[in-house]
Structures are given as C-alpha cells and as structure tokens.
Design a protein around this ligand. Structure first.
Ligand code: SER
Length: 585
C-alpha cells in the first residue's frame, strides 16, 4: 500500500460511516496570527469544537497538511519531519468515546489488516482536573484489547491541548509494536526506545483550559483524532524510516547518484526540507526575515548547505524540484499548479543565499586579518555566532576558512551560544500559541465582520477586480490584502472608510445561511480559496450590503463595530495592496 492509498482508504472508510469529507486547510492559517503554521488537524476546526455549527455537519473526516518547526534541527535522524500529513476523524458534539474507539479499532485491524497483537493503548490516569479514564479502558477491553496492553499515564502523555489555553481533553493513544526487543523491564509505550510507535491519537475534547489555568466543560463533547500518515505508511511497509518509503525514496536515490561526498543525514535533510519548502510555497509562503517567511528561509538555506556538503551542484535544484512534483503531485495537486512559482522562489532564495555566503566570507576574512594584527590565533565564539546570525554564515564554513588561514575556532562556545539562541526562538514560537488557537474574542470577531465590509467597499470604490488576496486579524487591528495594480489614492481611501462607517451606522443585521458551494456562487456570494471549502458552505450576509462565503463567527449587528479607521495602505507584493485598519470605540 502507498501513502495515497492509505489516505484514500481512511477517507472512504469514514465516508461510508456517515462522515463528510472536508478538504485540508492551507498550511498557513488564515485569520489566525496565533500560530505560524497549521500544526494539527484540529487547528482549522477550533471554532466548531467550541460550538460554532459546521456547514458539513457533525461528523467530519479529512487529511490535514501540518508543519511543526520545533524539531527543525533534529531532521536528519531516522524519524523527525517538519511537514507531515495527519488523517483525522471528528465528532462535533456527535459520537464520543465508544464509537470513536470502535472506528479506530475496525479501521486498523479490518481495513489496514494490522493484527491486534501488534497494538497497545494508553489512557489518562486522572488528576485533580479530570478523572481517571476507566470508561475508555473498558471500551478498549470490549473491543478486544487485553488488559495487559492497556496503560495509564498522566497529563504529559495522555492529555491533548494545542498551546496554553483552548479546547482540550484526555486522549487515548494507539501504539504499534515494531517487534524490537524491549529496552528493559520497564519498556512500555511511554519509554520512547522505539519498540512502540504511536500511530493514532483520539482526543476526547470536552474541556476548555482557561487563561487562569482552570478547566471548564465545553458546550459539547467532541472527538478529535490524528493518525500520522508518514508513520503508518512506514510501519505497514515494514520500513525503518519514512525516507525508505515511496514519499522520499526516489529523491533520496537521486541525491545519492548526484552526491560526490555522500552522507545519509544530509540527504535526509535535503529531501525533507525540499518537500516542506515546496508545500509552504504552494500555500502562499515567501521567504523573509520574520515569522513564517523566516522558517521557510531557514528550510531552504539549510537544504542548500547540505546540498553543498553532499558536493551536489546547485544547478541540479530545478531537476530535484521537478522530481518532487512528480513524486508528490498526485497527493498534493497544489504542487503541480504552483510548480513555476515554487521553482522561481527556491532559485531566487538560493541566489540570495549565495550572496550572503560571499558577504559573510568577506566579513570573516576582515575579522581574521584583525586577529592576525593583534597576534590572536583563535576566532571567538561570539565572532562565529555573529557571522551565523547576521550573515546566515554556517559555522562549518567559518571553521573551514578559519583553519585554511591558520586559525582555531571556539566551536564549543559557539554551540553554547547557538543552544541559547535556539531555546529563545523555540520559546518565541511557543509564545505564538499562547493567545490560544484561532482566538475568538469580541475584538477579533468584530474585525472579522469589518473585513467583510472593507472587502465590499473596496470593490465598490476600486472595481470588482479588488478581490481578497489575504487576511490577518489580531485583537489590535485587521490587515487585508487585495488585488489592485496601483496605490490607492487618499480620496479613494476616504471613500472606502466612509462606506464602511455608513454600513456600521445603519446597524445592519448579520445573518448566516448554509448552502451548497454552487448555490452560494449562484447567489452572488463572494467566495475565495475555492479548494478550502467542503461541499456545503456558510454564507454570511450583512444587510443588503455584502454576501460572502465564510466560516464565521461574526457580530450580530454592524452597530457593534465602533468607528472604522484605515491606518495604512501599502504594497504587499506585485499587483497586491495591503490595508491595515482599526475599529475605534
Ligand atoms: N489533536 C491531536 C493531535 O494532534 C489529535 O488529532 O495529536
């Protein structure tokens, strides 16, 4: 079986059991500044886990593209990946523990034909916040799981929450026994020795963690499950690493053919980072020095460094990208549709990086000359780190050049600084979660409705070509990108502002209807990002003014919005303008 076949089996199985299949949301979350990338299947569904009605019903299944960047520096070993695909089935206040476990058990043993002897499970052992999940253990037993393969663990292992606050709950994890020797008497699914590999996580999401650390019950009991595709694929094929499966093997082999200085860790890094970069670019990412763009930049640059290390000429990059489109295009059509842009973006970044390396080398030689004059024979950790941080100049290149010129370098000190820096940036990206996922509060909801008004007003003032190209909302402001070839004049901006404020004054009622995507289009609703929506969609209507396909939520009356004020208009990219605006109370 291939990964694509497993994905199809999964979706077909859940479809046959009454689930609507919804498309994967993009890797780059819209309207959600609290996360850099979608890191789990539940992100795009947070509003519905909290009780918002989903247009496709209460039972959903999907595959979700995910990217986790905390472990970027671990890639190269036999298991870490940044991009991965998560298969998930969802109950939004519909079925709960019993049915969820039945589905998982049936899918694994009947559809994927995994012998039950290979499986063991873990349940939440209970604490002051929530009781021991004996109910789940009992259901497992009823479904054929022997008692000795049911384990109980605490919050660290068997409780799922994305970030610090938000929907959460106890989970039950399903492990696959690889058949390896136990690492000792205490070997169990929590030990991490590699004998047991977690394949599926079923979260029973009935709690909400509040900012003060307490837990409340959610309006509804949900099920959120995640089955890692690359992992299950690897296990079913009896492979040791995901790099030995059809997802990576052809590119790994080609790299080996091209390499004049082969090493497997570098090949894995190139193969993995190439796939992730391509997926991010296909979903609209661009390299830059901050946030998402910075992660993309790091992925591409690290890949290039390892191509250099392998002795592979960078002129082969385009061929490697094309090969990856061939390997992955059937799974991710967006790679085929965005192939030219992917090639252009990666090659441009490569050229920039080459420049960076040239500049870094100049700086380094200057520094070495200074040291020579002073009679110092070692390049300090700070100097190596500065080259790394300011110029993106890799320490191994620094070492090579320094040594060629007869200098020693303080790599131990550099490693220390590097670790400190890594810890800081890790904390930084975790910080991104702190606001809670897809945080919904009065302010972000108000900005969401204001965005609809702005969108329509821009089309009235500038013309119908002024369609949405992107949107980002924080509690402080809205940011809206739209197609328009030139700067919006001061007069046009004033007109837009006035139209929006007029609609706020009119205190229009905001209503929501569910319909099929085609009906929505026929009704004249503005609909964007077609592939993001499932068969059924929600259409938000604001009085007689605007009609737009959207997941919501929105305010009930525009009068709740306050005064709309445009703060800035600027270019976002070629042919795309950006407006930042606020609501003043
Ligand atoms: N949210 C859970 C996870 O990411 C299950 O989907 O593991």
């Amino acid at each position: 079986m291939t990964a694509l076949e497993i994905r199809n089996k999964f979706l077909n199985y859940f479809k046959a059991h009454g689930h609507s299949i919804i498309p994967s949301a993009p890797l780059i979350p819209e309207n959600d500044p609290s996360v850099l990338f979608t890191t789990a299947g539940m992100h795009p569904l947070v509003p519905y886990l909290l009780g918002e009605k989903h247009p496709n019903g209460t039972k959903l299944a999907d595959y979700q593209k995910c990217l986790r960047t905390v472990d970027i520096d671990e890639v190269g070993d036999n298991r870490h990946l940044t991009f991965f695909e998560m298969l998930g089935n969802w109950s939004l206040g519909d079925y709960f523990k019993e049915q969820s476990i039945k589905y998982s058990m049936e899918f694994l043993t009947k559809e994927l034909n995994i012998p039950i002897e290979k499986l063991s499970v873990t349940c939440f052992k209970g604490d002051a916040d929530a009781p021991r999940d004996e109910e789940t253990a009992k259901i497992w037993k009823e479904n054929g799981m022997p008692e000795e393969r049911i384990y109980y663990f605490g919050k660290d292992d068997n409780w799922w929450i994305a970030g610090e606050t938000g929907p959460c709950g106890p989970d039950t994890e399903i492990f696959y026994d690889t058949g390896k020797e136990p690492c000792g008497d205490k070997c169990d699914p929590s030990c991490g020795c590699g004998k047991y590999v977690e394949i599926w996580n079923n979260v029973f999401m009935e709690y909400y963690k509040n900012p003060d650390g307490t837990y409340s019950k959610l309006k509804q009991k949900n099920v959120d499950t995640g089955l890692g595709l690359e992992r299950i694929n690897m296990l079913l094929q009896g492979k040791e690493t995901p790099f030995d499966t059809e997802i990576f093997a052809p590119i790994m082999e080609r790299l080996q053919e091209l390499a004049t200085n082969d090493n497997i860790a570098s090949r894995r890094i190139v193969a993995e980072h190439l796939r992730s970069s391509m997926m991010i670019i296909a979903d609209g990412g661009k390299p830059s020095n901050i946030d998402r763009g910075y992660i993309l930049r790091r992925l591409i640059r690290r890949m290039i460094r390892h191509l250099n290390k392998l002795g592979i000429d960078l002129n082969n990059l385009e061929e490697l990208i094309t090969l990856n489109v061939q390997i992955l295009g059937e799974m991710y059509h967006e790679l085929i549709n965005n192939k030219d842009n992917i090639i252009k973006t990666i090659l441009e970044e490569k050229d920039k990086f080459i420049k960076t390396l040239e500049n870094g080398e100049k700086e380094l030689l200057k520094e070495l000359n200074k040291l020579k004059e002073k009679g110092v024979d070692t390049l300090s950790a700070e100097a190596v780190f500065k080259l790394y941080e300011t110029y993106g100049f890799p320490q191994e290149v620094t070492k090579e050049i320094a040594e060629e010129n007869g200098f020693k370098i303080d790599l131990t000190g550099f490693d220390k600084l590097f670790k400190e820096h890594q810890e800081k940036s890790r904390m930084g990206s975790e910080q991104k979660f702190k606001g809670g996922l897809a945080e919904q509060n009065e302010q972000t909801i108000a900005y969401h409705t204001a965005t609809h008004l702005l969108h329509k007003a821009l089309q009235i003032v500038l013309g119908e070509h002024a369609t949405q190209k992107g949107s980002n909302i924080t509690t402080e402001r809205l940011r809206f990108d739209f197609a328009h070839p030139q700067k919006v004049t001061k007069e046009e901006l004033e007109q837009v502002e006035k139209i929006v404020n007029d609609q706020i004054q009119r205190d229009l009622v905001v209503t929501c209807e569910e319909m099929s995507y085609d009906e929505a289009k026929a009704s004249g609703a503005i609909g964007l990002f077609e592939n993001k929506y499932g068969d059924r969609v929600k259409v938000y209507t604001i009085g007689d003014f605007s009609k737009e396909i959207c997941g919501g939520p929105h305010v009930k009356h525009t009068g709740e919005l306050g005064r709309f004020k445009i703060k800035k208009e600027e270019a976002s990219s070629a042919g795309v303008r950006r407006i930042k605006a606020v609501l003043e109370k």
